[in-house]
Design a binder for this molecule. Sequence first.
Ligand SMILES: [Zn+2]
Length: 845
Amino acid sequence: MRDDTDEHQAFALPGARPQYGPDKLVAVEHIDLHLTPNFADQSLDGVCTMTVRALDEIVPRLTLDAVDLEVSRVEQLSGEPGKPHDLRFAPRQGKLEIEFDPAIAAGERATLAVRYRVSKPRHGLFFVKPTAAHPEKVEHVWTQSQDQYARYWFPCLDYPHEKQTTSTTIVVPKGMFALGNGELLERRDQDGHTIFRYRQDVPHSTYLMTMVAGPFVEVASGAAGQNGVPVFYYVLPGREKDGERAFGATPRMLELFERRTGTPYPYARYSQIAVSDFIFGGMENTSATTQTDRTLHDETAHLDFSSDPLVSHELAHQWFGDLLTCRDWAHAWLNEGFATFMEAVWREADLGYDEYLYDIFECVTAYLKEGSDRYQRPIVCNTFRDPIEIFDRHLYQKGAAVLHMLRGELGEARFWRAIGQYVGQNAQRSVETIDLVRAIEEATGRNLRSFFAQWVFREGHPKLEIRAAWDPDRKVATVTIDQKQTVDAEHPPYEFDVDLGFAPPDRSMERTVRACVAREHETIAVPLDFTPELVRFDPGAFVLADVTYALGVDFAAAALRGDPNVVARIRAARELAKDGGRIAREALRRAFANEPFWGVLAEAAAAIGATRAAWARAMLIDALSHRHPKVARAAATALGNFRDPDAAGALVPIAQNHGSYFVRAAALAALGKTRDARAFDVLASATKQRSWNGVVESGAVQGLAELADDRALPLVLDSSRPEQSEALRRAGVTALGRIGALVEGQRTRVVEELRERLDDDSFLVALDAVAAAETLGDVRLLPALDRLSEQAFDGRLRRDAMEAAIRIRKGARVPTQVTGLRDDVDELRQEHRRLQEQISAFARP
Ligand SMILES: [Zn+2]
């Protein structure tokens, strides 16, 4: 059948080509960096000394990646003819060509030193300093090499398959701290400077090399794991307590990951350093992760915010990504899918299996949304303009969901044995997906090539509708599984095995059968000697699919009440919300009183909110006072669906007084959506508050954007001024797109403002301006978007700008005054962008 509900378009944009790694002429054995950052003029003086070995033919010339590096001298230090001598070199379009003299023979080594300077770097190296708008900023510098930005701060072969040992010497003003990869060999003062020397003896990739320097304070956290690895956190002065709160679980995570991978933490130490204005959430530089300082948080935020997902993600990369590195970016899910999966594994060990499963469920939800709103592509995919384009929810979240399914497919013991085999035999190497397939085969005997063909190398996923029936006369239960995605000659039905479970009302037993699904419509009849009350589809929630229950209200009510699996309870709640009849409402009401897991109620709140029914509103108003802040948050958000005074009246005190920043923010955003007369004053006053990461005031700005009130625009413009915090500015810019879309008379002013923000100094603000331009859909922004899609320095900006321009051009043919429809589409986009923002803030890379 054909499925016309998905809006997605092709992943590959114009200009995308299949990408392959380059040939290898030499192996780089060691890189030694001698780095002196100069804060006064934002420059870096460097000497990069590199030992290379010619592989199997004579090598006359070496071409290194080097962008904007002013190279003053290249010397050959060793090799023939024996004593140091200068080499000829020429910079050429982002490369540095070096002529060996004489050429190096196969198997021979040569060591060469490149002296260079970086001035006002465009990428890769970032100086933070106090400015007129932000005098509170503390001077420091950090690098970001992934995915192809190491070449902006030292000459190198900038591909992930290139692995070498490294040493780093960093010279900073006396008293300052500096971090590099590996063991700290030396720290000494000399001539008004402090010199730090680090050495990384386990070969690692260029994109994992790092330098951070500034007045950081060290928080030592003792030794962890089998080898007593010293663990450190570094924060700017005054943030020590917040650092402890954010990073405190690291030693326990390290020990868990050692057990799970069967491989001890591979490096001499593990440091996390929190920097300002970071363009990602965290970056897993080998043994020395850079973290955004946005993850440092106060006690109030700690109520319902945790840094653990970020911290566990980056730590997991030390194995998956650093020790085993994707051979080229097409296989980057071996880095990111694993790191995302290991976040859930930590959550399981720390908080229990329900939290693990809900984490995976959230991954599936995030991936499905990208699949329906944006595009679908195979997880392994090499057609792009910039590697960063594939760092999306297919790579992270779908990758994690595939690993969860693999865990179900192999069973607990065999799964971890296979992972242990994969890590053990590929340590210090670069990997492709086939290496994982082979390791599984060697560890368990299972040939999973067809599994990988379907879930990793094929785009899309099954969309399943599950029905259940009981025939009391024949005593036969029937479960039907319909595949509702597009099925045709090119898209055959998915094939998978799935468990079905049946239990009587007293739950004294459970009958489980294994069903083989291979056709578009499957009907499985199971004779039972009891009357089933509970029918369970896929009790482990392993199958990666968009599953809708149509079990019938009795089975759904029983599932919401008694299925041990949280995902089944969520699916049941969704079915009941849609049904909305008496039995369904009663089951939902009982759940809000008794359900032990907050995630089920958060999802139930969203589902009943979408009905916009009076019974749902009443239930949501009650749920605002739920003890778990994430349930209250979801209830507040869902109340935004109701343009009525009761909903608004209930939201006002929550928006003003709730103990959680996030609940207040959600209530403020929802209050705006109700468009109640009381909303403007509450929102206007909340924009003046100053909360952690601007959470509360950002919620207020979001609410203002929904009001469709002329008075909102000046406040929103104010929130996006450069003097405001980056977090508030991001909310402001996002809100502008929405205001322009809702209030016709303010479009032109919004267009002017967004045009300027597209070139904002803050990368994240510029990224949000692109999203806002898409929300607004105004053709006047097309020239600016087209320019960005060609010329922006960052691949994310190029990709997003091009996607936005395509959508605006597509949308321009649709009359814009069909407001009912536009509203919904915009809500969808807003929601999509919010999720994307969370990812850009806290997951990538
Ligand atoms: Zn990552």
